[in-house]
Write a protein that binds this ligand. Structure first.
Ligand code: HMG
Ligand code: MG
Length: 298
């Protein structure tokens, strides 16, 4: 049965903005997070503590984290590829740190400059430090539905990485369609494979919308028992190591679908719509949310 309540994780401030060529001023990032918090998200992915040479847009994570208004009960997550990133995240008061690996060797090399096995070795001290500090630990697995370099990825390869992430003590694991190539039956196959090795309650659907499949894929994930969905206001984003990939599925579209199905999220759709239009206008980008545009012009 499909969950009656779904946790929608807003990743726009991180996944949505990280690929913007022009540096987005720190104040704009802060306002984006504050507006999204006010809309009622339980979890906002706020920043990355990664090498500024690799992702210059995320270089101001500490300043962003220091200035946002923390909505009581909301989890503010940040990406931490290594101990250096973890130390920054801890000092910044992150509630959750995210280690990020891949189900594809080629993507792992291009995104974090090491093999899958090496990445797990690097994550182990981060996981231990998170445990010692009492922070939540999440893992994201890129290319779970296909890779820009390797093509098809077997569900068993994804399940294998999930097992290794579980062994590190992760509280949540993201099944990520980095380049948006998945289709519903593939999603069903992957979610069934990973649900055989991890509790479905700890798995999330992190889907990009490159081929317009994300909502259909989310529905397949919900039918497979997944109850955590990632999305980005106005569908912001793209991936620096996946040419041509578009942003995450738009949050407004996900909320329109879930609320229309009487699934509770606790999030105010209208506030997300106005925030999505505001950030699109600021970035001089077309709003990629169909529901957002439809409701604004109604
Ligand atoms: P490296 O070059 O192999 O590592 O990078 P290194 O340890 O040799 O460090 C190189 C330089 O970076 C050094 O500086 C370090 O100090 C610095 P230098 O001595 O040359 O002046 N450095 C750092 N600085 C700040 N914070 C840090 C940090 N670590 C090292 N944490 C590394 C390896 C992993 C660091 C690098 O490859 C990196 O930062 N990659 C980031 C990749 C990234 O952020 N990708 C986007 C996020 S993942 C994603 O979007 C997918 C996701 O959405 C799911 C999906 O859709 O698939 C999550
Ligand atoms: Mg992503």
């Amino acid at each position: 049965a499909i969950a009656e309540r779904v946790k929608v994780v807003e990743v726009g401030p991180r996944d949505g903005l990280q690929n913007e060529k022009q540096f987005v001023p720190t104040e704009v990032k802060i306002e984006l997070i504050n507006r999204l918090s006010a809309a009622g998200f339980q979890n906002v992915e706020a920043a990355s503590f990664v090498s500024p040479k690799w992702v210059p847009q995320m270089a101001d994570g500490a300043d962003v984290m220091a200035a946002i208004e923390r909505r009581p009960g909301t989890i503010y997550s940040v990406l931490t590829p290594n101990l250096k990133g973890f130390e920054g995240a801890l000092a910044a008061g992150a509630d959750e740190v995210v280690i990020f690996g891949a189900a594809s060797e080629a993507f792992s090399q291009r995104n974090i400059n090491c093999s899958i096995a090496e990445s797990i070795e690097r994550f182990a001290p981060v996981a231990q430090a998170a445990k010692d500090a009492g922070l939540r630990l999440r893992a994201s697995i890129s290319c779970s539905l296909g890779c820009p370099y390797e093509g098809e990825i077997a569900p068993a390869a994804v399940a294998d990485v999930v097992k290794r992430m579980l062994a590190l003590g992760c509280h949540e694991i993201d099944i990520a369609d980095t380049i948006g190539v998945g289709t519903p039956r593939k999603v069903t196959a992957v979610m069934n494979a990973v649900s055989a090795v991890a509790d479905p309650a700890m798995l999330s659907a992190h889907f990009h919308d490159t081929y317009g499949m994300a909502l259909a894929n989310i529905l397949a994930a919900l039918e497979a028992g997944i109850a955590i969905v990632h999305s980005s206001a106005a569908g912001l984003g793209g991936c620096p190591y996946a040419k041509g990939a578009t942003g995450n599925v738009a949050t407004e579209d996900v909320l329109y679908m879930l609320h229309g199905m009487d699934i509770d999220t606790g999030i105010d759709l209208d506030q997300v719509i106005s925030t999505g239009q505001w950030i699109s206008d600021y970035l001089q980008r077309a709003n990629a949310s169909r529901a957002g545009k439809a409701i604004i012009t109604k």
